[in-house]
Design a protein around this ligand. Structure first.
Ligand code: PRP
Ligand code: URA
Length: 209
C-alpha cells in the first residue's frame, strides 16, 4: 500500500507562497521550483538503499554507508515537470531520466499523450514522477498507467500543489504508489485550475504566458 506525504516544512510552504505570487517572474519561479523539488526530493528519497563501504579518514579506517547507486529514474510529466528535474538530479546525479509528454485538452480537461520515452530497464527501477500540479488527477493517473504497462511497480509521484479532488482520484486509481505533496489547496475552479494555486505552471516556468 502506498502512502501520501503532505509536506509541513516551513521552507517548502514559504517557497510555495512565493511561487503563487503573480508578480514572481520566470527566472525566480524556475529557481523556486528547483529548490522546492530538492527539498521534497530529500523526503522522497529517504529509503534509498545504501551499502557499507570502507573509508579511510585522516584519523582511522572505518566502514560507513554509501548509496548503492543505479535503479532510479526521474520521469517528468512534460512540460511543467521538467522544471523539477534539475533539483532532483542535484540530489541523485546518476539517475536516468525519462519523459512523458501529456497536455490537457482545453475543452475536456482530459490529458492526451504526445511523447513518451522511458529508460529501457524501467521495470527494475524506482520511478520518481514529478509534476508541479495535481488538478483533476487525469495527467498523473495516465502517466502512471503508462509506466505500469512497462512493468514498473515502484513509483513516487511528487507535486508542489494538489487539489483535494485530484489527490483523491490519484489515491483511488493507484493506491500502491507513494505521493509527495507540497500543499493541498482548496479545490478546482470551472476551468479545472487549482484554487488558489499558482496559475499555469508550464507557462510560468517557460515564460509562455
Ligand atoms: C498541467 C500540469 C499537469 C496537469 C495537471 O499540465 O503540469 O500535468 O496540467 O492537471 P490534471 O491533474 O487535471 O491532469 P498542462 O496540461 O497544462 O501541460 P503543460 O505542462 O505542457 O503546460
Ligand atoms: N495545470 C496547471 O498548470 N495549473 C492548474 O491549476 C491546473 C492544471
Amino acid at each position: 500500500m502506498g502512502k501520501t506525504f503532505i509536506m509541513d516544512h516551513p521552507l517548502v510552504k514559504h517557497k510555495i507562497t512565493l511561487l503563487r505570487d503573480e508578480t514572481t517572474g520566470t527566472k525566480e519561479f524556475r529557481t523556486l521550483v528547483e529548490e522546492i523539488s530538492m527539498l521534497m526530493g530529500y523526503e522522497a528519497l529517504r529509503d534509498l538503499p545504501t551499502e557499507p563501504v570502507k573509508v579511510k579518514t585522516p584519523i582511522t579506517e572505518t566502514v560507513q554507508p554509501m548509496l548503492t547507486g543505479g535503479k532510479l529514474a526521474i520521469v517528468p510529466i512534460l512540460r511543467a515537470g521538467l522544471g523539477m528535474v534539475s533539483g532532483l538530479l542535484a540530489l541523485v546525479p546518476n539517475a536516468k531520466v525519462g519523459h512523458i509528454g501529456l497536455a490537457r485538452d482545453e475543452e475536456t480537461h482530459k490529458p492526451y499523450e504526445y511523447y513518451c520515452k522511458l529508460p529501457k530497464a524501467v521495470s527494475d527501477m524506482t520511478v520518481i514522477l514529478p509534476d508541479p500540479m495535481l488538478a483533476t488527477g487525469g495527467s498523473a493517473i495516465h502517466a502512471i498507467d503508462f509506466i505500469k504497462t512497462k512493468g514498473c511497480r515502484k513509483i513516487k509521484f511528487l507535486c508542489l500543489i494538489a487539489a483535494p479532488e485530484g489527490l483523491e482520484a490519484l489515491q483511488k486509481a493507484h493506491p500502491d504508489i507513494d505521493i509527495y505533496v507540497g500543499n493541498v489547496d482548496e479545490g478546482l475552479n470551472e476551468n479545472s485550475y487549482i484554487v488558489p494555486g499558482l496559475g499555469d505552471a508550464g507557462d510560468r516556468i517557460f515564460g509562455t504566458l
